[in-house]
Design a protein around this ligand. Sequence first.
Ligand SMILES: [Zn+2]
Length: 133
Amino acid sequence: MTTLMMKFRSSPFLEHRPSLCSYCLKPVGGLLFHHKDRWYAACSKEHLLKIKKQIITGKRNTLKAPMINNSAVIDAVSSCKDIYTKLAKENKSYVIHEWKKDDRVRLFHQAIKEYLVVCTEQADQGFSLEDDG
Ligand SMILES: [Zn+2]
């Protein structure tokens, strides 16, 4: 068993690094726990130690899948109009599956990023039905 607590900046980790803490599902900053062939991300040193204990004892807490916020999806899609138009012109097609893979990934990356920004703002400020008005 290998235990590491460090911040990785190398390319493979940047491509595969988790977004959420394996203990509480908060966004992570780069703390990782390595056990056998698996990596687990943590939001804090405290949670990194809790993850380590859970993994070693085999007593994992159950993580809930988040609910999808339809309003945030609509906002994210709307905010991607400019990049979609730019990439469509570069690919000479408005049909996404005809684009280069890197460009499809770029569009969805942007949409997911925007979605998470909206959800983070909502978590920070709460929401009101007046927000859409
Ligand atoms: Zn956490």
